[in-house]
Design a protein around this ligand. Structure first.
Ligand SMILES: [Zn+2]
Length: 247
């Protein structure tokens, strides 16, 4: 491990760099009681705040013990960054059921739409189409995939929960994965769920369907989730970690 100390004239800042594995970490010494290690989005930059009393080699030793955790955080952040489609242009990474696919854009006259083969999502669009047009094609494709799996999933959960869903709607939403209108028995699901691992769709569906029984998130709601979907806490944490994409 290597560390580079800062020039004398910057000493009041008490800033140092340490190296853990191949990861360069900026260390700031402060009047605090504990070491704080942070991995910053979106690029996975790593910093440590350290108490004044902790020697630099101890900070290095601490960082070394967290190396695996740091790498995991960085991988996750990079995956999220890549998951955000920007312009729907050739070469972007788009996710389907949690798996990355390379986007191929084919501009041509004739049939428009989206096709999938092993590791590629191909967007067939008219020459000169703008991002709005491309997003609409992608959105229609996402809807068709969800309509393909939801009816059977809903029937299954109607039986398990002894409820009847009046209707479901699909919509791209910026801030919510799903909503439920307890009064009308309608639920709305975010089309972005198609980009998440498949169990996320099921978790959100079950959550909204349990709202058909209990409109709030009170003890009865929790009890029903515990009974019917015991891993809901993990699913919720997983979903919170993923970022909404915006085109
Ligand atoms: Zn809810």
């Amino acid at each position: 491990m290597v560390h580079a100390t800062v020039p004398e004239n910057q000493r009041p800042l008490m800033r140092h760099m340490v190296l853990a594995g191949d990861i360069l970490i900026a260390v700031t010494r402060k009047r605090i009681r504990h070491l704080h290690l942070r991995v910053h989005p979106p690029d996975g930059r790593v910093t440590i705040s350290a108490p004044l009393s902790v020697r630099l080699h101890a900070v290095e030793a601490f960082a070394a013990t967290r190396l695996e955790w740091i790498r995991r955080q960085q991988d996750r952040m990079r995956a999220r960054t890549h998951a955000a489609p920007r312009r729907l242009e050739q070469g972007e990474t788009h996710y389907l059921w949690g798996h990355p696919h390379e986007l191929v854009v084919v501009e041509r006259e004739g049939r428009q739409g989206v096709t999938l083969d092993d590791d590629r999502i191909t967007l067939l669009t008219r020459p000169g189409s703008d991002v709005g047009r491309r997003a609409a094609l992608m959105q229609a494709w996402h809807k068709s995939i969800l309509h393909g799996v939801l009816p059977a999933l809903i029937r299954d959960w109607e039986t398990r929960l002894s409820v009847r869903l009046a209707a479901y709607h699909l919509r791209r939403m910026k801030t919510r994965w799903g909503t439920c209108n307890h009064r009308t028995g309608h639920i709305r699901l975010n089309t972005e769920l198609v980009t998440q691992p498949a169990n996320m769709l099921e978790y959100v569906l079950v959550h909204e369907m349990v709202h058909l029984i209990v409109p709030n998130h009170g003890p009865r709601f929790i009890a029903l989730m515990n009974e019917h979907y015991p891993t809901w806490r993990e699913a919720r944490a997983q979903l919170r970690e993923s970022r909404f994409t915006a085109v």
